[in-house]
Design a protein around this ligand. Structure first.
Ligand code: ZN
Length: 248
């Protein structure tokens, strides 16, 4: 056993016994980690109020070398997830981030950049950022990190670069876009307008936050979600549970 310290966010909580809970974290250093928090349900327990869904904590975890749960020994609350009252979409947006991390990440598979993106998305949602844009940005980041990002740059049929100057086709099963020259052969497909391709370019530009100032047209919203929602359902093999509470 080794004792390890990491920054982490609570992505799932479950009761384990009269006094203990199983806390699943998405952590900076280890990716997804499930821990047992002994005494967590006692009023004056060792973790006080740190163990809320989506709370960011600095934790100390006793890592098991064999199978079995790791043991949470310390959790210091750094940031609670607190969208302003009345901002239900922001609240459910946070739950959606947790659900996707839990469903699409493996235990002990570190993704420090994704950890940073998750913390950023949660703090933007807390501050009242646009829920659809923030979640779309996070979904695209997550898909890249877990190796399921669609190819929006080159035509999946002919390999030519696809500019955002013309309408293109998109097919989930093909893993990306078809250029105007190949689009006829790509049935069944979704059409993506040049404007939506430009939105996708902004949402996937590394280190950029200019997408936060975008105001999408109804068509861009429909086309963007027409790609991302079916893609995530396809990867999860089901509809995300929190999806029905969200403006996606
Ligand atoms: Zn092509």
């Amino acid at each position: 056993m080794s004792s390890e310290k990491t920054r982490a966010v609570v992505i799932r909580l479950a009761d384990f016994s009269e006094s203990s809970r199983v806390v699943t974290w998405f952590s900076d250093r280890f990716g997804k980690v499930a821990t047992i928090a002994k005494g967590a349900k006692r009023l004056k327990g060792p973790f006080e109020a740190a163990l809320d869904l989506l709370a960011v904590c600095e934790v100390v975890i006793l890592r098991k070398s064999s199978s079995g749960l790791d043991i949470l020994t310390e959790a210091k609350l750094l940031q609670r997830f607190t969208p302003k009252s009345g901002q239900l979409a922001g609240l459910y947006g946070g739950y959606y981030v947790a659900e996707l991390l839990d469903a699409l990440c493996e235990e002990d598979d570190p993704h420090p950049a994704l950890y940073e993106a998750a913390e950023a998305a949660l703090s933007w949602l807390s501050a009242g950022a646009d829920v659809l844009l923030t979640l779309s940005w996070f979904e695209l980041f997550l898909l890249r990190e877990v190796g399921h990002a669609p190819n929006f740059e080159t035509c999946v049929a002919c390999g030519q670069p696809v500019s955002d100057a013309a309408d293109v086709g998109f097919q989930i099963s093909a893993g990306g876009v078809f250029c105007p020259g190949c689009v006829e052969a790509s049935e069944p497909r979704r059409l993506i307008s040049a404007g939506t391709m430009a939105v996708l370019n902004q949402l996937t530009a590394e280190g950029e936050t200019t997408w936060q100032r975008l105001i999408l047209t109804a068509r861009q919203t429909r086309e963007l979600r027409g790609i991302l929602t079916p893609l995530l359902i396809h990867l999860l093999g089901r509809r995300p549970r929190t999806l029905r509470y969200l403006p996606l």
